[in-house]
Unconditional design. Structure first.
Length: 246
């Protein structure tokens, strides 16, 4: 008899990878950095006369730091549209639908870098023959998240998809762990949660009473002060050994 009845998986850097070399870049000093900032500036500048590129970059960087801190403290998701609305208010720039257009430009660039590693779709199909499969993602734009899943065919491989933008909370908040478990009628200890981020995936699972698998492809040390994972794996494909032994 299987130890678990469901496997919950994180999306980014767990089920899919980012090929950051495909991102647009910005040149700062003599170095190129992957970033959508210049794409966004081109969209905003017609609506903000006098705004220069450096000022725009500073405003965006400072807002992102503020939002990161807010999210770290209260685990409430802030949607991408809301982020850009706040940016535009701060810049005194506005036009109908502009925040949503910024989200679209940013997300198209971001999701264009997503790669489904070889072997993952077959692994998910094999897991789903034995377990409920749920995708649980901290992602601040559900409409682009869901269209990414349709485009890659991943939407058909899960029984449910849970996105923080729709829940209003972020991992490690228990609602992203216990909510989908109770929707399946499962106790927490019937779920294995698999993800790459100790502070969200592993911690949230532990706080919710779930076992966890930490995907650690580079063999990094596990951060001190956090509850350790039940399993540590270098590749998602190792779930075959843990979960699909005959
Ligand atoms: Mg991740």
């Amino acid at each position: 008899m299987d130890r678990y009845q469901a496997v919950f998986l994180d999306l980014f850097d767990t089920v899919v990878r980012f090929e950051t070399t495909r991102l647009p870049t910005v040149r700062i000093g003599d170095r190129e950095h992957p970033s959508t900032t210049d794409l966004l500036f081109d969209e905003v500048s017609p609506h903000a006369p006098g705004l220069d590129r450096a000022e725009f970059r500073r405003a965006l960087r400072s807002l992102l730091a503020t939002l990161r801190e807010e999210k770290r403290v209260d685990h409430r998701e802030i949607s991408s549209d809301e982020r850009f609305r706040r940016l535009l208010v701060g810049l005194g720039a506005d036009a109908p639908g502009l925040a949503e257009r910024l989200t679209d430009r940013h997300m198209e660039a971001l999701t264009g870098c997503v790669l489904v590693p070889e072997g993952h779709p077959q692994l998910l199909a094999d897991l789903r023959a034995r377990f409920h499969l749920v995708l649980v993602s901290n992602f601040d734009c559900a409409r682009h998240g869901r269209s990414l899943l349709v485009r890659t065919g991943l939407d058909r491989l899960f029984d449910a998809v849970v996105i923080s933008d729709e829940v209003g909370w972020l991992k490690p908040h228990p609602s992203l762990f216990l909510g989908p478990a109770s929707a399946l009628g499962l106790a927490a200890d019937a779920v294995l949660f698999v993800g790459d981020t100790p502070e969200t995936d592993v911690l949230g699972a532990a706080r919710s009473g779930m076992d966890s698998g930490w995907l650690n492809p580079r063999g990094e040390p596990f951060p001190e002060g956090l509850p350790g994972p039940t399993y540590e794996i270098r590749s998602l494909l190792e779930l075959r050994r843990i979960l699909l032994r005959p």
